[in-house]
Write a protein that binds this ligand. Structure first.
Ligand SMILES: C[S@@+](CC[C@H](N)C(=O)[O-])C[C@H]1O[C@@H](n2cnc3c(N)ncnc32)[C@H](O)[C@@H]1O
Length: 240
């Protein structure tokens, strides 16, 4: 009987191919099957990061995920994707599953992981997260000394965001898109707006950075975030 293949969840970093780890690149090149999620009708961000490293001999498995607000549609799509990946693993073929950023940091990888982990060997390769890339782009430290880092998705309600952010020192707000205006108003209420930095498509040639107050809400894509530090100079110990 053929031994089942291994599923490799490869963290590929925030977008710049130079931020792929050596380990992820080695495992990617060795994998006979390369799987990746992609929005229905759209291109896969994860695949675009590694496109120059894929070879003609590799079989590509696209997992189409509908961008419907009802999560049932996406869950169904992941079940279909997991079944297709499982067929290769059962046949003894390793599968590299491409994950933008880090797989276990808000990654859609986790849906497939949840569906396959009880049956197959899965190895997760960490990646450079977009939060780290965005902080590096701004040139402002994220957190130091006794600071507490708070990461929130912009999808939370205004009340919940306010509650989570009122005592936070370093803040990253992900999944902005159409939630941008709500987040900007919350930061304004908390007196944090002037320190809030907006970063779009960090590490890519199209990267854009602006003070949050200068951002046109209609222009905000999904691949953007806001970073804030309560102190003017995060590395300074006194409140400034
Ligand atoms: C589903 S989460 C995936 C996070 C990813 N696993 C990571 O470790 O960075 C998607 C969110 O990550 C953020 N994001 C991912 N890549 C980004 C980038 N290159 N620039 C800015 N934000 C990014 C955005 O806030 C986006 O809405």
């Amino acid at each position: 009987m053929t031994a089942p293949g291994t599923l490799y969840g490869l963290g590929l970093g925030p977008g710049d191919p130079e931020l792929i780890t050596l380990k992820a690149l080695r495992l990617l090149r060795a994998a006979p099957v390369v799987a990746y999620p992609a929005p229905t009708g759209g291109a896969s961000f994860a695949r675009s990061i590694v496109s120059e490293f894929l070879s003609a001999g590799q079989l590509e498995l696209r997992v189409d995920v509908p961008m419907n607000p009802d999560p049932q549609f996406a869950l169904k799509a992941y079940e279909v994707g997991a079944a297709a990946i499982a067929e290769h693993l059962v046949a003894g073929r390793d599968v590299a599953l491409l994950c933008q950023g880090d797989p276990f940091f808000y990654g859609s990888f986790m849906y497939l992981f949840g569906l396959l982990a009880s049956r197959f060997r899965i190895e997760v390769v960490p990646g450079v997260s977009s939060v780290m890339a965005a902080a590096a782009a701004t040139g402002v430290p994220l957190v130091c000394r006794d600071d507490v880092m708070t990461v929130v998705p912009a999808t939370l309600s205004s009340d919940e965001l306010e509650k989570r952010l009122e005592s936070a020192s370093g803040i990253a707000i992900l999944k902005l898109g159409r939630h941008f205006s709500k987040v900007r108003d919350v930061l304004d209420n908390l007196g944090l707006l002037e320190r809030a930095r907006y970063v779009e498509r960090a590490s890519l040639p199209e990267q854009r950075m602006l003070p949050v107050r200068d951002v046109d809400p209609a222009s905000v894509p999904y691949f953007s975030m806001i970073l804030v530090h309560r102190r003017q100079d995060p590395w300074a110990s006194e409140e400034t």
